[in-house]
Design a protein around this ligand. Structure first.
Ligand SMILES: *Cc1c(COP(=O)(O)O)cnc(C)c1O
Length: 381
């Protein structure tokens, strides 16, 4: 894959020895696996917000075949516009709240607007009246998340606004689950029931778009998708398991690797790194990696994470600093400067998953991916 080692026109080697490889073929297989799980007439909305959860939205969007993917979802208008600028013609649903100017720009670029309440609906109605162009929206209902979406007492105002704005076209109603990844939590069923109640109330008022979408990745994997509904799936496309006991055929698509740039033998009793939080208990071989929290390798991984070197696990020792991390390779035979070190992904028979790093840094795989910073080149194969 050396021919693919390019980043912003530079070779990855010019950028340094740290990069994240993204396997586009594995992404396509994940899309196929998701499709396989969709009920009849259901369609996938590929959630590529936050630059495709840090994997690179443009490259992933280019892998989205219109036969597989109905829409791409973004969170910010800039994300949607970046896809349009890159020539992506698939329908795009932008989930985030937009101001008047942004609504105009969204319409110009044929970006469907997620509406989350009466105020932004009002803004969209105003823009639609002024521009005399049809403005396509998906209307979000709050079924219990308590965050975005229309709540029941707001329905009369929402209906009024829609009646006064014939140029506003509501293509879909949607909602978002708060805890679908926990099958033991009855709240997801409560949310489905309250979504249905809001849908009926709107239908009685003459508003009945054909498309509904409720499910995220976890709900999809639990089989909660109803025939014909769209599914907004993100994390599964990146191969991360949204359920504790998942046994799917999803594949991680990102491999974050670096190399040993400095290797030294220290006697017993020597501190390593800021604060001296690690002290060698024996004569130790300490390797330094050119990666730190500025690259998105969380500082909470200090003295907690493991990496792969020569197919073996080696512990992170001392504090993760801004640009550097130290590991103990005393027990890895034959280590030399320049050896590949895997932070996330496979090496020989072992694997460090994003979930493992997430658990060790008290977060979720989503954040682990999103935090891999722009300083780390993404390399596509
Ligand atoms: C991010 C997001 C999703 C995707 O969630 P996953 O758990 O990654 O599948 C779906 N819907 C909304 C509204 C989101 O913000």
């Amino acid at each position: 894959m050396s021919t693919a080692l390019e980043h912003d026109g530079r070779s990855a080697h010019a950028a340094g020895p740290t990069w994240a490889e993204v396997d586009l073929a594995a992404f396509r297989r994940n899309v196929a696996e998701v499709r396989r799980r969709l009920p009849a007439r259901s369609r996938l909305v590929a959630v590529l917000k936050a630059d495709g959860y840090g994997h690179g939205a443009v490259e992933l969007a280019r892998c989205c075949d219109p036969g597989d993917v109905a829409m791409i979802a973004t969170a910010r208008l800039v994300e949607a516009l970046a896809l349009r600028e890159a020539g992506i013609v698939l329908p795009i649903l932008n989930l985030g709240v937009l101001n008047d100017d942004q609504i105009v720009e969204a319409v110009q670029h044929e970006i469907t607007i997620g509406i989350v309440g009466p105020d932004d609906l009002e803004r969209a109605a105003r823009v639609a009246r002024a521009s005399e162009r049809e403005l396509v929206v998906h209307l979000k209902l709050d079924s219990g998340m308590g965050r975005m979406g229309v709540i029941e007492p707001e329905l009369p105002r929402v209906v009024d606004i829609l009646r006064g704005a014939p140029a506003l076209r509501v293509d879909a109603l949607y909602t978002h689950f708060a805890n679908a990844s926990d099958p033991a939590d009855p709240f997801t069923a409560v949310q489905i029931a309250s979504f249905d109640r809001l849908v009926v109330a709107l239908r009685d008022a003459g508003i009945s778009p054909a498309i509904h979408h409720l499910a995220n990745s976890a709900a999809l994997m639990r089989g909660l998708v109803r025939p014909g509904d769209y599914v907004r799936a993100g994390i599964v496309l990146y191969g991360s398991e949204p359920l504790e006991a998942g046994a799917s055929r999803l594949e991680p698509i990102l491999r974050w690797r670096t190399e040993i740039v400095r290797l030294k033998d220290l006697p017993a009793g020597r501190p390593v790194g800021y604060g001296g939080t690690f002290r060698t208990a024996r004569p130790s071989r300490i390797a330094t990696l050119p990666v730190g929290y500025a690259d998105g390798y969380d500082r909470r991984l200090s003295n907690r994470a493991e990496v792969l070197v020569r197919g073996r696990r080696a512990p992170v020792v001392g504090r993760v600093s801004m640009d550097l991390t130290t590991i103990d390779v005393t027990d890895v035979p034959g280590v030399t400067t320049g050896d590949e070190v895997v932070l996330i992904g496979r090496q020989e028979g072992d694997e460090i998953s994003a979930e493992e790093l997430a658990a060790r840094s008290e977060t979720i795989s989503y954040e682990v991916f999103c935090r891999i910073s722009a300083r780390v080149p993404r390399v596509y194969k």
